[in-house]
Design a binder for this molecule. Sequence first.
Ligand code: UDX
Ligand code: ADP
Length: 460
Amino acid sequence: MKEIKKIACIGAGYVGGPTMSVIAQKNPHIQVTVVDLNQERIDDWNTTDLSQLPIYEPGLDDVVKEARGRNLFFSTDVEGAIDEADMIFISVNTPTKTYGKGKGQAADLKYIELCARQIAKVAKGDKIVVEKSTLPVRTAAALKSILDDTGNGVNFDILSNPEFLAEGTAVADLHHPDRVLIGGENEEAIQSLVQIYEAWVPRERILTTNLWSSELSKLVANAFLAQRVSSINAISELCEATGANVDEVSRAIGHDSRIGPKFLKASVGFGGSCFQKDILNLVYIARSYNLTAVADYWEQVIILNDHQKLRFAERIIQTMYNTVNGKKIAFLGWAFKKDTNDTRESAAIYVADHLLDEEAQLVVYDPKVTAEQIYRDLDYLKTRSSADNRRLVTVVNDPYEALIDAHAVAVLTEWDEFRKYDWMEIKQMMKKPSFVFDGRKLLDAKLLRQLNFEYYAIGE
Ligand code: UDX
Ligand code: ADP
């Protein structure tokens, strides 16, 4: 079996950065170099102030501190790293296509193809190429064909090693994974990667499959998780209509060990870079094989999620006497979940967009998301001019600035700190009646009602 001495990882993003940091931490004898075209991102990974890493993940700073400079390096020298490495991970982004065939559904593989061409050009010895990014099924075949047809006659083995870490818990998920999945055709190449994970993951948790099963399993895992959220969100609407309480329903069904308690928290809608993209991919693949019933079935998970976001915004408008024009609404949270600064596909963006259509005045506070990011998210939708987004939305660094004189509060992300605020003081600061719309069922409903807030939560 080939012993791996040097690893290169192309892409220093949410997946590549934390994953390679942990691989380096647990394999001090392997040199791991993470490369990216984005100079600013690499500079941020190399920052001496560890609170300024480009990605906020609890515990990540300690891992980087331990390994960086020892056997973990961040650089923009993509070709140099490829040249030296025995094993190359591809962790570049695969956004949903915004143009052409499959627009809005299929994954855009241009970054993957660029990587493949670059590897083929530079490689002078045999390499193992590992797909880390989430990819549509059978991408490995395309990768192999580019590598073999444009390469210098060296041998490439392709492995699929999808990432299952969730943001906000990335380091814990990497340290204690439920499973590591490795798909491939060449047993020797598979074992080279198994060995790297065996440094800290029990062997029985390292599953090996064929390439296509591995690629498909990643999409299916995310589709099943997202489906659970859409299922409970569908029930949340029914709870609101019937007087049931969705948390009680979740608890009751989650105690059935066949169902289990996780991913049954009703919310304003799921977000993040994976769920929607991966389901759209699954739908696109099913349609491309003319499996219409299969495609429609999974598409419904997305349709319900869009409905949930819109429904929450509509609930706010209707409750506030059918007009939010000029009213100050404090947004608590913008990230797609707590403990991350990532806002990709966050429900907050879409709820905000709908309220802005009604000329609401939004004041946003999120503990980790910057003002630039919030404006970028809104501008990206192209619903209105960027000047209008700035006219209607203010971003503050102090939550109480958002809450003072607000007509309403909307909780969009389940940050723990929101629960600890002095709600008695907030009641004094806000306009009367003081509305609270809790999109995460996070706050203490009993207390807020005692304090005379008009409190509305998803699913009750
Ligand atoms: C997900 C998968 O969990 C991970 O395995 C995969 O590698 C990438 O996609 P991530 O997107 O980081 O991870 O976050 P996750 O914790 O899965 O949450 C996704 C969204 O669902 C969030 O917006 C979250 O708030 C929402 N959610 C989750 C709920 O609304 N209710 C729940 O019960 C769970
Ligand atoms: P993910 O969540 O999948 O990690 P990110 O967008 O956070 O996605 O990170 C992907 C990274 O890959 C980006 O920092 C981007 O600059 C980098 N990247 C994309 N294409 C290339 C390439 N050909 N060479 C080097 N880096 C690349």
